[in-house]
Ligand binder design. Structure first.
Ligand SMILES: Cc1cc2nc3c(=O)[nH]c(=O)nc-3n(C[C@H](O)[C@H](O)[C@H](O)COP(=O)(O)OP(=O)(O)OC[C@H]3O[C@@H](n4cnc5c(N)ncnc54)[C@H](O)[C@@H]3O)c2cc1C
Length: 458
């Protein structure tokens, strides 16, 4: 009988447990214990359903290009539930001098693919517009000078397009996803496809145009009609219920000749393999007595996020520009980092005629806001939104979620650190690290790695 412990029941730990449950169906000589310190599974993935409002407390979708979340959803019988972003209405706004200015159509993060749309847009000044055109002409120079080492996102974006593009688009976009500081974030860890475009084409604009011409156009984001919580519910339903231990925290680990002893808040048990899928700072504490050398490579900081969902019954009383939402660059005198117009980004999020806004606070703002009570957090979100969108009607539904230390910062040199971390924990036979501290924060990557790790321990 092979015994496996999984510590942490977020998407990573739960997916690993689900994968083992599928193996168990063919081979019953497997015992698994999933320890989750809270009273629910899913971690940051949480859907709140109020009437016909479907409000995501954490992630709202996955990037369609990466197949692993979609594959899992289909395997769980959720093919009919897959829905896609309304890309024909896709537009993102940037708050500049208190006005929402649209990003040009066809932008992929900070790279324009449609130069006519760029010319028609007033988001960038003449200097940046010229910098975009110059980037195309500099393709050869950028290709030959492509650095052989990692660099920060800000250095990378500045080399291609200059400061204004970094400040108006690059920094707020990356902060929205990673809650981080672009002067510290590793371009190789968080923008790997763009580094590959630079190596191949030099110019990111030329590379993006070539890629667009050669690849099948998928909707940008995929999610589930009834919310991402359904992915969690389906996995939970497929796992033997006696494997699941809610409200039990992993406290420490011991390693001996026979394998592993996991000490939890409810007692101790012995296992052959342990998958640590807790947040990074908890994984660090668990590993510190066993392998201080590995823990040295896990010193990344993590930033917090606060999400406020506001559902309104009467969309006509809250007119919005068409599009998916807006980003707020640093220095705009707002605590808010971004807002998504959920009812415009996806179908099936609100009752007929309804509206759903999702306000997002990250980095330092999240640190400040998360200390407030729910009413106060909601009041801050409403005030900040009203300054930008005009007076808001009374919301019918308010959902506040705090995610402290939820987004580890992949700083320059992150990939090398992860290779070294792998080397250092290789000596700890039967142990694997899962979750968003290591090789990606997005759901598809976490799902892919969790399934592979689960298969690797039986
Ligand atoms: C606000 C927000 C929006 C996001 N949006 C998107 C998006 O749209 N698309 C996307 O792909 N990604 C998105 N992400 C990223 C993605 O949601 C996360 O990276 C992912 O959910 C993390 O999953 P995880 O399993 O690694 O960690 P978690 O979800 O944090 O799970 C870890 C679990 O471990 C448990 N735990 C902690 N300590 C212990 C202990 N001692 N013993 C046992 N259990 C313990 C916790 O309670 C938790 O349930 C978003 C993240 C945030 C914060």
């Amino acid at each position: 009988m092979r015994r496996v412990a999984i510590l942490g029941g977020g998407i990573a730990g739960l997916t690993a447990t689900y994968e083992l449950s599928q193996i168990y169906r063919q081979n019953e000589s497997l015992h698994v214990a999933l320890y989750e310190s809270s009273t629910r599974l899913g971690g940051i993935v949480e859907t709140v359903r109020e009437g016909e409002f479907i409000i995501e407390g954490g992630p709202d979708a996955w990037v369609s290009e990466k197949p692993w979340a979609r594959e899992l959803a289909i395997e769980l019988g959720l093919e009919d539930e897959l829905i896609y972003s309304n890309d024909d209405q896709r537009k993102t706004y940037i708050l500049i001098d208190s006005i929402l200015k649209a990003m040009p159509d066809g932008m992929r993060m900070m790279i324009p693919s449609d130069l006519d749309a760029l010319d028609a847009s007033d988001l960038f000044g003449d200097e940046s517009r010229q910098a975009f055109y110059r980037e195309i002409g500099r393709a050869q120079e950028l290709k030959t000078s492509s650095p052989s080492h990692d660099e920060s996102v800000s250095d990378f974006v500045r080399r291609h397009f200059g400061n204004e593009v970094l400040h108006k688009v690059g920094a707020p976009l990356l902060s929205g996803v990673f809650g981080g500081d672009v002067t510290q974030l590793s371009v190789r860890a968080v923008m790997a496809p763009f580094v590959a475009l630079e190596r191949e084409h030099g110019s990111l604009i030329v590379g993006l145009q070539a890629r667009n011409a050669s690849t099948q156009k998928l909707p940008i984001f995929t999610t589930l009609r009834s919310g991402l919580g359904t992915l969690i519910d389906r996995m939970v339903a497929a796992i033997p219920q006696e494997w699941i231990h809610l409200g039990i925290s992993a406290v420490s680990l011991e390693r001996n000749r026979e394998g592993w002893t996991v000490h939890t808040s409810a007692g101790s048990d012995r296992f052959d393999s342990v998958l640590i899928a807790t947040p990074l700072h908890i994984a660090r504490n668990l590993l510190a007595p066993l392998n201080p050398g590995a823990v040295e490579k896990m010193q990344m900081e993590a930033s917090s996020a606060v999400v406020v969902g506001l559902g309104f019954e009467d969309a006509e009383r809250l007119p919005l520009p068409s599009g998916f939402g807006f980003l707020v660059p640093a220095g705009s005198n707002q605590l808010l980092l971004a807002c998504t117009f959920m009812d415009q980004k996806f179908p099936h999020r609100v009752p007929a005629g309804g509206r759903l806004l999702r306000a997002f606070f990250g980095g330092n703002s999240a640190e400040r806001v998360q200390c407030c009570g729910n009413d106060e957090v909601a009041a801050i979100a409403r005030m900040e939104l009203a300054r930008i969108l005009g007076p808001l009607p009374e919301p019918r539904v308010i959902v506040v979620r705090r995610w402290p230390l939820s987004l580890p910062q992949y700083t320059v040199g992150h990939l090398e650190s992860m290779t070294e971390l792998d080397r250092r924990i290789r000596g700890l036979k039967g142990l694997a690290l899962l979750g968003n501290g290591y090789r990606g924060v997005g759901l598809p990557d976490l799902i892919r790695d969790a399934r592979a790790a689960a298969r690797g321990c039986v």
